[in-house]
Write a protein that binds this ligand. Structure first.
Ligand code: F6P
Length: 359
């Protein structure tokens, strides 16, 4: 049995731990492993596949990023090509990829990715490739799994940033607005905002009224608290507005969110007269060493993916349903987004603690 591993889409802390989990579990069975460079690019551009064994996965559990590299521009079914006149169009290169898998004599693929990469994995499986998926993303928005690896580390990084912003906000009597990642979901903003004692948390699942946000800041001021911390998920939108994008190159995963934090900060300054600063935490949330939780989850996911291959459970994704790692069919996962449930215990706790959601 020869297993290939691919890491696609935005990186997330824990990718290397998954790779180690796959490789050591496969080697334990006497199976062979290879890693495809940069998503599927290695099978297209000659940079190829690299052998993965004990040596290659030694000492990588704690490392952020991915030893294989990644890309969010390599969809084999919608591959962008630029015509001489500058027009960009998309072509289907999936047959070439299937041929490359056969050429490399790869029996099964472990595809580690978020919604976009898992959708591609599902399409490849329908074309006949033996695929098992592993859910990855700091955003925690993959359907059918209690959590993705990378999320816990991103939340820790964001919480640490909020702790640091508190001291400077309080020293200067300022409002600090922090924009966090999460695309169309507010998981990172909610969990770090609650843990990092934010006063306001704005998430895409709850459209906000800027006046309610300002009321909360004025109310704090009336109680002698001259500063405030406002956490804004990048996909948050006001009741009468749209999500704010840096770039829209099409639809779905090609959208780049960004800018809502600065808009909220400007509106707060105008309406309350308070000195306000904004900060985009950005890709810091994707970097660094995975937390213990993420390392453990990632190693378990990797190992479980190999057991799924051994059982012939293709077209499925390993998923965390605490305390066990289970399997769910791609068809249940793809095309769906796991948003924050509005009646969740975390939202309820935040409300009871006096945190404002702008509603
Ligand atoms: O999906 C992970 C994520 O980090 C999102 O939170 C963010 O919107 C996006 O990727 C940014 O992607 P990139 O800058 O790599 O295009």
């Amino acid at each position: 049995m020869k297993i290939a591993i691919s890491t696609g889409g935005g990186d997330a802390p824990g990718l290397n731990a998954v790779i180690r989990g796959v490789v050591l579990t496969a080697v334990d069975r006497g199976w062979e492993c290879v890693g495809i460079r940069r998503g599927f690019h290695g099978l297209y551009d000659g940079s190829g596949v690299i052998p993965l064994g004990y040596e290659q996965v030694r000492g990588i559990t704690h490392l952020g990023g991915t030893i294989l590299g990644s890309t969010n521009r390599g969809n084999p079914f919608r591959w962008p090509v630029t015509d001489p006149d500058g027009t960009v169009r998309e072509i289907d290169r999936s047959d070439e990829l299937m041929a490359a898998f056969r050429r490399e004599r790869i029996d099964a693929l472990v595809s580690i990715g978020g919604d976009g990469s898992l959708a591609i994995a599902g399409e490849l499986w329908r074309k006949g490739l033996n695929v098992v998926g592993v859910p990855k993303t700091i955003d925690n928005d993959v359907f059918c799994t209690d959590t993705t690896f990378g999320f816990d580390t991103a939340v820790s990084t964001a919480t640490d940033a909020l702790d640091k912003l508190h001291t400077t906000a309080e020293s200067h009597d300022r409002v600090m607005v922090v924009e966090l990642m999460g695309r169309t979901t507010g998981w990172i903003a909610l969990h770090s905002g609650l843990s990092g004692t934010a006063d306001v948390i704005l998430i895409p699942e709850i459209p906000f009224d800027i006046e309610k946000v300002c009321e909360k800041i004025r109310e704090r001021e009336a109680r002698g608290r001259q500063f405030a911390i406002v956490v804004v998920a990048e996909g948050a939108k006001s009741i009468d507005g749209e999500a704010v994008y840096l770039e829209r190159r099409g639809s779905g995963t090609n959208e780049r969110f960004g800018g809502i934090g600065e808009q909220v900060a400007t509106a707060i300054a105008q309406r309350t007269g308070k000195e306000t600063r904004s900060l985009v935490l950005g890709h810091l949330q994707r970097g660094g060493s995975p937390t213990t939780f993420d390392r453990l989850l990632a190693l378990r996911f990797g190992s479980a993916a190999v057991r799924a291959i051994a059982d012939g459970a293709f077209g499925q994704m390993v998923a965390y349903h605490p305390p066990t790692v289970e399997r769910v069919p791609f068809s249940d996962v793809v095309g769906r987004t796991r948003t924050v449930p509005l009646d969740s215990g975390v939202i309820l706790t935040a409300r009871h603690l006096g945190i404002c959601f702008g509603d």
